[in-house]
Design a protein around this ligand. Structure first.
Ligand code: LLP
Length: 440
């Protein structure tokens, strides 16, 4: 079914600063035609105030006793890390690269958490030297490695033990991380989690800070968090019984879903966070434990809705009786999510409005692959023409951060908009950038 109004901007899907002015999409007052002319297409345009606002909402909803860490894997650039850090969020990084961006953005090291199932020794060494707040240990080898580097540096590293709770999260298989048959964390079911805590407590250069659980991503239903919290708190009770140690911190990870299309109905921040807190409080009182400090690591929910990708239409092909293929000047190299997860997106004609009839369309990229789809099923106006600009909504998370140079396309730049002004925060790549790496 085509939407009632092809030109409408659903408020839950588009950035808060998005509006049509004289028919043209504007972002924080900036005309998309000017953005395209100045920065080229494809380009990702991020509404700074939208990001900051969502960061504040998580922090407020989570309360002063909790901590919110922005998961930088969703989108990692100095500007965005500075925005969310200046709003009071810590930063969760999952590689040495993300750690360097955070440190070079002057994020307080004490507010950085390092993740990863195979952190390189050099990354651990760097994290310990920088004095970051938490290292989340994910394997027995890593416990020994962190202990070694902390001892060598003459310090104690604060570690969280990542626990695999066996929860089957209701999301795409590749985004679920707490079922038993996958690579992350220490299994609760096998007893590995109990053993990991034992080893951490036995090593003098490690400080056992608490437990971590992340069940998956793009989750709408709090039931999975409930089961995970229940199991982790049972572990906390066993830890107290065996070692007399209270788990002081419980990090429930990220995963909070956002709306990509009008069919998506994610829970609002307040009800989500209050239900998480209530679940933990209830479980703790059931086993007679004090409530630990609760932390979360939202990535997508902070940056996802803030950003749109602008593309220019290049060719339009009517495949008789089926649909119209609209080819744009980017594709799976700037948004792999449709191909990888069968993700759905919302797209509109951005450079003008149109009263033409809706045309069943598929927005595709310019890669040499038929799976190169940006928006699988959508309606665009039948008078769409080459040179028109399309805007795809909610591309702030896991699009630029998962971008590639497939077919030697250059990665798009990222532009921040605020109060009628635009500035590039990640420069668009040039062919010279690519050729410079080709040293053969
Ligand atoms: N914390 C941990 C330990 C994580 O592994 C993740 C995401 C997050 C926090 C943040 O999750 P978020 O709030 O953003 O859902 N590439 C996929 C998503 C993979 C998420 C990986 N881990 C996608 O494009 O949907």
């Amino acid at each position: 079914m085509p939407p009632a109004d092809l030109n409408a901007l659903h408020p839950d899907i588009w950035p808060r600063g998005a509006a049509r002015r004289d028919g043209v999409l504007t972002l924080c007052g900036v005309d998309v035609r000017d953005l395209a002319a100045r920065f080229g297409t494809p380009v990702l345009v991020a509404d700074e105030e939208d990001v900051r606002g969502r960061a504040r909402e998580y922090l407020e909803a989570f309360g002063p006793d909790g901590g919110v860490f922005y998961a930088a894997k969703a989108f990692c650039s100095r500007a965005v890390l500075r925005w969310v850090h200046s709003e009071g969020l810590g930063i969760d990084v999952c590689s040495g690269g993300e750690l360097e961006v955070a440190l070079s953005a002057d994020v307080d090291p004490a507010m950085i958490t390092l993740h990863g199932n195979n952190k390189l020794p050099a990354e651990i060494e760097r994290a310990v030297a920088a004095g970051i707040g938490h290292i989340v240990v994910d394997s027995f080898e890593e416990i020994a490695r962190v202990a070694f580097f902390a001892a060598q540096a003459g310090t104690r590293a604060r570690v969280l033990v990542r626990v695999t709770t066996g929860v089957e999260a209701h999301t795409h298989e590749f985004m679920a991380t707490a079922h038993d048959d996958q690579k992350f964390g220490f299994s609760l079911a096998s007893g590995a989690a109990d053993e990991a805590v034992r080893r951490v407590l036995a090593l003098p250069s490690l400080l056992f800070a608490g437990l971590h659980s992340h069940i998956g991503s793009q989750i709408f239903d709090t039931a999975g968090f409930e089961v995970a919290a229940h199991r982790v708190i049972e572990l906390a009770a066993r830890i107290h019984g065996e070692h007399g140690v209270h788990v002081e911190e419980l990090d429930l990870g990220g995963g909070f879903g956002i709306a990509y299309t009008p069919d998506d109905d994610p829970p609002d921040v307040k009800s989500l966070t209050s239900s998480l807190r209530a679940i933990v409080a209830f479980q703790c009182s059931a086993v007679g434990l004090p409530i630990p400090k609760l932390t979360i690591e939202p990535g997508r929910a902070i940056v996802g809705p803030s950003t749109v990708t602008l593309y220019e239409v290049g060719t339009i092909k009517d495949v008789d009786g089926l649909r119209t293929y609209v080819s744009v000047d980017g594709g799976m190299s700037d948004n792999i999510r449709t191909a990888l997860y069968d993700a759905s997106y919302t797209v509109v004609l951005a450079s003008r409005t149109s009263d033409a009839a809706p045309m069943l369309s598929r927005v595709v990229g310019r890669h040499c692959e038929s799976g190169d789809i940006v928006v699988r099923d959508c309606y665009l106006p039948a008078d769409l023409a080459p040179g028109d600009l399309l805007a795809v909504a909610a591309t702030g998370a896991y699009c630029r951060s998962m971008a590639s140079n497939y077919n030697h396309l250059t990665k798009p730049g990222v532009v921040a908009v605020r109060d009628g002004a635009a500035s590039e925060i990640v420069r668009r790549e040039t062919l010279d950038d690519l050729l410079r790496l080709d040293v053969g």
